[in-house]
Design a protein. Structure first.
Length: 129
């Protein structure tokens, strides 16, 4: 049983990969399209860096959480900085049009321990020793 073919705004992945970054921007929503049109040079430089680093066998790491994912980025493993460490993400076709920072969360889950002395009304009168 064959899987369903991926389409993004009615275009196949092969058609999208043939498009220039600015042509791909026409398939995006308004705010993302404006960002790509204004910063297409930054996105293209990042894609060129991805090609060079992967050819050299080096990891691709970036602090550029605001970059929009374009078709040329599909297939790369990118380390996205979340403020503390680089979160390794494999770029897939379903991520098109999203920003890199959406896939590297900056806030972790909080797991609280037991409450300390004075945290509740009943423990407020207890001695510290």
């Amino acid at each position: 049983m064959a899987g369903k073919e991926f389409l993004y705004r009615g275009k196949t992945l092969e058609e999208l990969k043939k498009l220039d970054t600015r042509e791909f921007a026409k398939c995006l929503g308004a705010d993302t399209r404006r960002f790509v049109m204004r910063h297409f040079d930054v996105i293209e430089n990042f894609v060129k860096k991805c090609r060079q680093r992967s050819a050299e066998g080096k990891p691709i790491r970036t602090h550029l959480r605001h970059l929009v994912i374009v078709p040329e980025m599909i297939g790369y493993d990118i380390g996205i900085h979340n403020g503390k460490e680089f979160f390794k993400i494999k770029i897939i076709s379903e991520m098109l049009g999203h920003r890199l920072g959406e896939f590297a969360q900056t806030r972790g889950k909080v797991e609280h321990g037991a409450p300390g002395i004075g945290a509740t009304r009943s423990s407020a009168s207890l001695s510290v020793k």
